[in-house]
Each structure stands twice: as structure tokens, then as C-alpha cells.
Write a protein that binds this ligand. Structure first.
Ligand code: ADP
Length: 888
């Protein structure tokens, strides 16, 4: 053990972050920062005889308290470093300096001189950076008189604090010190005995008590405990021997007590302990230790917290009783027991559900609601009118059980955003529950709690998230629910939407009724047909057909562009998308009924512009001249011990608002070149139809899908076989039957008109026919492909190409009559999107053309037909092929 050493008047200083090295203690530090590496190199490594350095505790700026701590701070760019002296030596001007400084290092004004016991040097690869590992032994306390810098590290003028040998010898005669020493040694001895007994080893620690002087022992013992930084500091500050001894005795005693408490608890519970309960035991120990230390004031019992939460949830009395029963069960369980966490999660749900919480409904202002609908949505006059009527009824009779609105239309036509506008008008919260692909009744109604991993259904979960019992709840894609062996979600939805039943909606997981009657339901669907009739019966369908290109253009200019710009932090000062470019996006990059892809493409342009604008702005920022020196200063101020780390706090430039610096960026106007660069080459053009019908056997149909109207090609081919019909392209039963009807009709006619002989193909025998509906991954069904199928077969057998500018739709009977079909507006719009100029429609669909905007009709030829022969007459250049043949 080191005897009192001679200290030089100056020592190189290694800062020790939030830790203290006490005399007699040994620490291992890894030095990596340039300043600490330099210090070790110059003061320890390059000296033959190992020198001494000072280890000074420093404190994080946030942990720092004002007082005896030093705040040397950063220098300005003049190169002055944080070379401020301890508080008493801090000059006035220097004090002034520190005021403006951004960051502080809080040096303690007392430290410990240390000697290196071991040094090892390493070189990091591939950077070649040198690092040191230093093992230091604390020797004696000193106080800092003045702190200055030498090269990259600090040096302090110091004065010794610990007593010299002679002073010590004299102090040891003091009766107070003698009695304090005795007391300390007794406590220390007791601790050692307890520890030795616990570890069942006979250690050599007792020998220490006999050989090491008591003032050193105090430091050594305290250094070996895990105590707070504050306590370590106060031990370091205990220069007076009496103070030091009594402090050390107190700390050793506390340590001893906590070991005893832990032991007591271990003994108590050891008997009943199983392995899986180990964690529980540790928790109990922690609680008992805290209790013993009087430390548990803020130790919130979380079950009590849960109970408080449940009390304030406002459950109806019978449910509250049920919840209390469950809570009592939970109290009796141990956290490791199976069922504990599921019971807890269940109670949390009960506590979180909005049993009574509602958003106050403000007086409904119909004019404001209309304005807001008009502001957010272009066109849709009829739909908006219907919504206003709906709101008016609610205003007159708030608890009226009006019908449930169901918006039906292709994606991206504004169904969700209209529903959200209704919520805004009613001043209610809005929540969307997606029902797409829900096949399991449990998704709506929850799983019983007996199942592992059971959960509440989507409705109850949604209510928990929205946290009020009267939100506007959007049941999205209600047509996409299906039923299978796992039950029928539609029947659960029936209960939800039935005002008589939904007062006591029973979620299997929740297992107590929940009142859904305050929820305002709105539904959306892509198509009406798949919605089960009883469900449809509860709803009022409002159709939103797709938009025409002109409507899309207006929506884009008025609504989408301003919103997209805003979402990307841009404005028209930065990015302009001219009308002509929006038109090009609509024609070449999107082929949809709604505006979702259009919005996506506009967002891509905005993103790309945002990158440009941001890059421009960065280059206009002048980097303040303080920034560079600041980082290097920070680098040098702190030595990097194992525990000493630094953070560089980013500064703004000269205190200036960064965004103001960028005000004058040039406007970016989107042109065709930018479109191609950002969105890629055009995805659609008007030539597609011509290319695809370039060979006989292909015809162009119009169908109605969940995405609105679509152009559907039909391809037919023939090969040697047994007269079979092959169909591919994921077809439903109805479409398969249509194909059979079409083939039968053509075969019958072919015999009549000798078509087969003329074309060297015997349609009746030895030929298989294959009909394919491209886009094979998309399921298709419906009767409206009848006329298209016949046209394709006639084209195949007559080896005549179908006109590429003509598309058709219509159901056909076996006798050749053409029957009307649905979705005319969408189909005509789809044809228009594809650049098709002629559309063949069943005559009885004439009335539906009223829905099609006249601008679209003006550019198209609509051919109304009664019989399939009329279709064929129009579908081929020069009229029906066999009629021509018959003429020959
Ligand atoms: P849906 O629910 O029908 O699939 P959304 O409501 O999600 O469609 O609409 C897609 C986007 O198009 C939204 O940003 C919406 O605001 C916008 N939009 C759709 N129709 C209109 C319209 N008529 N006026 C303004 N924006 C519209």
C-alpha cells in the first residue's frame, strides 16, 4: 500500500466523467480521444520513470448543479480553451466569458493524484488511431488552484490535501480519531465476516484490517461499493479524517444492513421456491430492500393503478362488478402464473374502453358543413346533397335511427374522405375499420378468452383506440367480407348495424355487452352485388362512379396539388405543375376510375422537387465560422476515459432561423422531361388496343371490376383436338357459361353459313378451342362478355381482324338477342381512357347514357344493338364477315 507520496506542484489532468477515483482504489481506463491519448503519451508512456497524473471528476452538463462546480465552458474561435480556474480562482473577465458559452464542463475542484500501474498501447485498424489502456492507482487528494491547457489537454496547479506522514502520526494520537477508527474497523470486520460466510471462503481481507492504515482503509472500502456519484464526491471531499471515518462507517454499515435484509428474505422464501419463481423472488427482494431503506414512497403498485383506472372508466354497475371479480382473481395470482398476463390485458381493455366518454356534439351548422364538403371535394353534387340531407335529419332529430350510408364506387373516388368530412361536420372523432378480406367472424366479434392469444374484435379494438363511444366509424370495404368455415362475418355485422341489437353488442373476448348505439356507422364498398342482401337492406347505397379526365384534372388542380405540396413542405413558390402536365399524367401514367394513382404520381413529383429544393437550400447556407473551431475545441476539452464520452450539440448558424436563409429558391416548373425522369416512361398510350387486336381471334370487351370500368381483351385460338372448349383467366361460372353459349351459337351459325368450310376449319369436329381472358391473375365473372366472346370466335374462324377502335359489352342469349348490362357509365369512361372511339352497347342500355358526361359522348360513337348480328356488323371493317362472304 502506497505511503504518502510527494506531489509536484503541477499535474496533467484526466477528466473522469460522473465517477470518482478514491485514494487506494484501482481503475482501468481506455483512452481513445486525441486529448487523453496525448496526455497518456506525454505524461506516462514516453517517460522512463512513470509519472503521476491527476484524475478530476467531471459532471455532465444536465447533471450539474450550480455551486462549487467549475464551468470552464468552451472558448470562442480565438482559440481560448476552457482553461478557467476553480471557482475561487476564476477571474471576473473569465466569468463573463463563460456566460455566453454553449456548453459547460463541470469540473470538480478536488481530485486524486494517480500513478499508472500498467500501460498498454493499441493501434486501431484500419484508421491507424492510437489508443491506450491505463490501469491507475489513486494515491492522494489534491485541490485545484488553477486549470490551464497544455497542447490538447489540461494541466492544473494543485495543492496537496491529504496529510503528510508526520501529520498523520500526530493525528492518530487524537482520542476522537482513535474511537472513530475503532468503530470503523468493527463495522468493517462485521461486513467482512458476513461476506466470507456468504461466499463460504476464508478471504484475506481481514489481513487488510490489520496492516493498512485506517485513513486508507476508509477510502478503499467505500471505493468497492456501488454508491452514487454524489456520495463518491462527498467521500472525496471528506478531507478531514474524522469526517472521512464517520462517513465511511455509515456507508459500510448501510451496505451491511442491505446484505442482511436480502439474506432474511432469501431465507424466508427459499423453502417454497421453484425455479420458475426466481424472477418473482428477485422482485420481492427488491421491494423489501426498498422498504427497508425507506425508499418505496414512489413505488406505485401497478395493480392499484389499474384499479384506479378502472374506477375512472365509468363502467355500468353490472360490468364494474364483473371487473372487480376479475381483479380479485388477478391479485391472487403471481405474475409468472399462466393466465396472469392475459387477465391483466383483459382488465386493461375494460379500463380503456370508452364506457361513457363521448365527444360533445356541437350544434350542427348545415351551411358550414356544405361549405366544408364543397371545399374538400370537387363535383359529386348529388352525393353531397344526399349527405346534407342526412345531416339535416340528424340535426332535427339527433337520436333518429336513419339509414346507414354506404358509399359504393371504385377505389380513389373519395369515399373515405367524404366519410371523414361527415365526422368533421358532426364534430365527432373518425375511425376506419378495414373489413377487406375478413373471413372469420372472430375478426368482428373477437375470440373467446379461453383461446391462447385471443383478442377483441376489430370494432371493440377500434373503440379502444378512438377512446370515445360516439365516433363516426367507417366500415371500409364491407363488400369484401366473405364467409367460410370460421363463421360468417356478415351476420355479426348485421347485429352491429341493427339499432335494436347493437345496444348490447356482445364481443366474445369482452364477454360483457357494450353499447354501440352511439356510434355513427358509414360503410364503403367497391360493388353492391357481393354485399349480402340482409346487410344491404340496412344501408342506403350512394354510388360514386369514376371521374372523367376533365373531372380528374379539376380535382388535381384544385385539391390534390395544393394538398400534395403542403404535405411535402412545398408551395407553388417552389414547385408548379402546369395543367398540361397533369393532363399528360392522367393520360399516360394512370388508367383508373378514381384519383389515387394520380395523387401518388403528383406526390412522386413533389418528393423529387423536395430533394432539389432541400439540396439548393443546403448549398446556400453559410457555415458560420465558429462551427469548425467549436468541434475541435470540444474534442480537446475532455479526455476520453472508458466512462468519459462526449456529445457535440448541433448549433444553428449564428442563432439564425435556418429556414429564413433559404427564402429565395427558384421555382421548379414541371415539364415533360421531368415527368419522364421522375415517373419513368409513359405506361399507357392509345396504340395498345391496335397492337393487341392485330391478329384474328382477339376482341375488345368492356367489363366492370372492383376498380371501376375496364377494357378486357378476349383471345381465342384453335388447335387439333376433340372439339373441347378450354377456358383460362380465372373465370367464374357465369362467364364460363357465356363462353359455352357463344361457342354453341357460332357453331350453329357456322354450319348454316358454311363458315367452317370457307375457312378450312371444321368447327364441329376435331378442333379444340381455347379462349383466354388476359390479366390471368385477376378473377373475372359476369354475363356482359357474351357479345365479346362471339366476336372473338367469329374473328378467329373468319380470319378477319376486329376493328381496334371498337369495344363492346352485352349479355347474349342462345338465340342471339343482346340483353342490357350494368355499369355503363364506368365502361364508357374506361373505353374513353383507352382512346377507343366506338362502343357497342345493348339498345336497352340507352337510358344509362344519360349518366355519361356529354363531353365524353361527344368524342365517341355509341352503337346500340339488339341482336348479335348487329354487333358483328359493327365490329368488323366492312361489316359482318359471313354476310360479305354470302354476298360473294
Ligand atoms: P376511396 O375511399 O374511395 O378509395 P379516398 O377517399 O381515399 O378514396 O380518396 C383518395 C384521394 O382522392 C383522397 O386524397 C381524396 O381526398 C381524393 N379525392 C377523391 N375524390 C375527390 C374529389 N371529388 N375532390 C377532391 N379530392 C378527391
Amino acid at each position: 500500500m502506497a505511503e504518502p507520496v510527494e506531489l509536484p506542484s503541477r499535474l496533467a489532468i484526466l477528466p473522469f466523467r460522473n465517477k470518482v477515483l478514491l485514494p487506494g482504489a484501482i481503475i482501468r481506463i481506455r483512452c481513445t480521444s486525441s486529448s487523453s491519448v496525448k496526455l497518456v503519451e506525454q505524461e506516462l508512456w514516453q517517460r522512463e520513470e512513470k509519472g503521476l497524473i491527476g484524475v478530476l471528476p467531471v459532471r455532465d452538463s444536465e447533471a450539474a448543479a450550480v455551486g462549487s462546480l467549475l464551468s470552464p465552458g468552451m472558448g470562442s474561435d480565438s482559440g481560448e480553451r476552457g482553461n478557467k480556474a476553480p471557482n475561487d480562482a476564476l477571474g471576473d473577465s473569465q466569468k463573463q466569458d463563460t456566460k455566453n458559452q454553449q456548453e459547460f464542463i463541470h469540473w470538480h475542484n478536488r481530485g486524486v493524484a494517480a500513478r499508472a500501474l500498467h500501460l498498454s498501447r493499441g493501434v486501431e485498424k484500419p484508421s491507424g488511431r492510437v489508443t491506450y489502456i491505463v490501469v491507475l492507482e489513486g494515491l492522494c487528494r489534491f485541490s485545484v488552484q488553477e486549470l490551464s491547457s497544455r497542447g490538447t489537454y489540461h494541466v492544473a496547479r494543485i495543492s496537496r490535501l491529504d496529510m503528510t506522514k508526520a501529520e498523520l502520526e500526530q493525528a492518530e494520537q487524537d482520542p476522537d480519531i482513535i474511537s472513530l477508527s475503532r468503530q470503523f474497523k468493527a463495522t468493517a470486520m462485521e461486513l467482512i465476516s458476513v461476506l466470507e460466510q456468504k461466499q463460504k471462503t476464508v478471504g484475506r481481507t481481514k489481513v487488510l484490517l490489520e496492516t493498512v492504515p485506517v485513513h486508507r482503509l476508509a477510502d478503499i472500502f467505500v471505493a468497492s461499493f456501488e454508491i452514487s456519484f454524489e456520495e463518491q464526491l462527498s467521500m472525496l471531499d471528506s478531507v478531514d479524517l474524522k469526517v472521512r471515518l464517520s462517513k465511511a462507517t455509515e456507508l459500510v454499515d448501510r451496505h451491511l444492513q442491505s446484505i442482511r435484509v436480502a439474506e432474511k428474505i432469501t431465507q424466508k422464501v427459499e423453502g417454497q421456491l421453484s425455479k420458475s419463481q426466481k424472477e418473482f423472488l428477485l422482485r420481492q427482494q427488491m421491494r423489501a430492500i426498498k422498504e427497508e431503506l425507506g425508499d418505496n414512497d414512489d413505488d406505485e403498485d401497478d395493480i392499484a393503478a389499474l384499479e384506479r383506472k378502472m374506477q375512472s372508466a365509468g363502467m355500468p354497475p353490472n360490468i364494474w362488478k364483473h371487473a372487480q371479480r376479475e381483479l380479485r382473481r388477478l391479485r391472487k395470482m403471481q405474475p409468472q402464473q399462466p393466465g396472469y398476463s392475459s387477465s391483466r390485458v383483459y382488465l386493461e381493455l375494460l379500463a380503456d374502453l370508452p364506457w361513457q366518454k363521448v365527444t360533445e356534439e356541437a350544434e350542427l351548422d348545415l351551411r358550414a358543413a356544405k361549405e366544408s364538403l364543397d371545399r374538400d371535394h370537387y363535383g359529386l353534387t348529388k352525393v353531397k346533397q344526399r349527405i346534407i340531407e342526412y345531416l339535416a335529419v340528424r340535426k332535427l332529430k339527433p337520436d333518429a335511427r336513419g339509414p346507414i350510408l354506404c358509399f359504393v364506387g371504385p377505389p380513389g373516388v373519395g369515399k373515405t374522405s367524404l366519410a371523414s368530412s361527415i365526422a368533421t361536420a358532426l364534430n365527432r372523432k373518425f375511425i376506419r375499420i378495414s373489413l377487406g378480406g375478413v373471413k372469420d367472424e372472430a375478426d368482428i366479434r373477437g375470440h373467446r378468452r379461453t383461446y391462447i392469444g385471443s383478442m377483441p374484435g376489430r370494432l371493440i379494438d377500434g373503440l379502444k383506440r378512438v377512446a370515445v363511444s360516439n365516433p363516426v366509424m367507417l366500415l371500409d370495404e364491407i363488400d369484401k367480407t366473405g364467409s367460410d368455415v370460421r363463421g360468417d362475418p356478415a351476420s355479426a355485422l348485421l347485429e352491429v348495424l341493427d339499432p335494436e341489437q347493437n345496444k348490447t353488442f356482445n364481443d366474445h373476448y369482452l364477454n360483457v355487452p357494450f353499447d354501440l348505439s352511439k356510434v355513427t356507422f358509414i360503410a364503403t364498398a367497391n360493388r353492391v352485388q357481393p354485399i349480402p342482401p340482409p346487410l344491404l337492406d340496412r344501408m342506403e347505397v350512394i354510388e360514386l362512379p369514376g371521374y372523367t379526365p376533365e373531372e380528374k384534372l379539376k380535382i388535381a388542380m384544385k385539391h390534390l396539388i395544393p394538398r400534395v405540396l403542403d404535405q411535402h413542405g412545398l408551395s407553388s413558390e417552389f414547385l408548379q405543375i402546369p395543367e398540361a402536365m397533369v393532363k399528360l399524367i392522367i393520360q399516360r401514367y394512370t388508367r383508373e376510375a378514381g384519383v389515387r394513382n394520380l395523387e401518388r404520381n403528383l406526390a412522386s413529383l413533389a418528393r423529387s422537387a423536395a430533394v432539389k429544393v432541400a439540396a439548393e437550400q443546403e448549398s446556400t447556407v453559410q457555415i458560420g465560422k465558429d462551427v469548425q473551431p467549436m468541434t475541435s475545441l470540444l474534442d480537446t476539452r475532455l479526455a476520453d476515459g472508458a466512462e468519459v464520452e462526449m456529445e457535440v450539440i448541433p448549433m444553428d448558424v449564428n442563432g439564425q432561423e435556418i429556414s429564413n436563409t433559404f427564402a429565395n429558391s427558384s421555382v421548379l416548373v414541371v415539364d415533360e422531361a421531368m415527368l419522364e425522369k421522375v415517373l419513368g416512361p409513359p405506361r399507357f398510350d392509345d396504340k395498345e388496343t391496335a397492337e393487341r387486336v392485330a391478329s384474328p381471334g382477339v376482341s375488345v370487351g368492356l367489363v366492370w371490376t372492383t376498380f371501376g370500368g375496364e377494357v378486357q381483351f378476349v383471345e381465342a385460338t384453335t388447335m387439333v383436338g376433340k372439339g373441347d372448349l378450354h377456358l383460362t383467366g380465372q373465370l367464374g361460372d357465369v362467364i364460363k357459361e357465356s363462353a359455352q353459349i357463344a361457342l354453341t351459337w357460332v357453331r350453329a351459325r357456322a354450319a348454316d353459313l358454311n363458315l367452317s368450310a370457307a375457312s378450312d376449319v371444321n368447327l364441329l369436329e376435331s378442333r379444340d378451342i381455347h379462349i383466354h381472358f388476359p390479366a390471368g391473375a385477376v378473377p373475372k365473372d359476369g354475363p356482359s362478355a357474351g357479345v365479346t366472346l362471339v366476336t372473338s370466335l367469329v374473328s378467329l374462324f373468319s380470319r378477319r381482324k376486329v376493328r381496334p377502335d371498337t369495344a363492346m359489352t352485352g349479355e347474349m342469349t342462345l338465340r342471339g338477342l343482346v340483353l342490357p348490362v350494368g355499369g355503363i357509365k364506368d365502361k364508357v369512361l374506361a373505353a374513353h381512357r383507352y382512346g377507343i372511339k366506338r362502343v357497342i352497347l345493348p339498345e336497352r342500355n340507352l337510358k344509362d347514357l344519360a349518366e355519361v358526361p356529354s363531353a365524353i359522348l361527344a368524342g365517341m360513337e355509341i352503337l346500340l344493338v339488339k341482336r348479335i348480328e348487329d354487333v358483328l356488323e359493327q365490329a368488323f371493317e366492312g361489316g359482318c364477315p359471313w354476310r360479305q362472304r354470302a354476298k360473294l
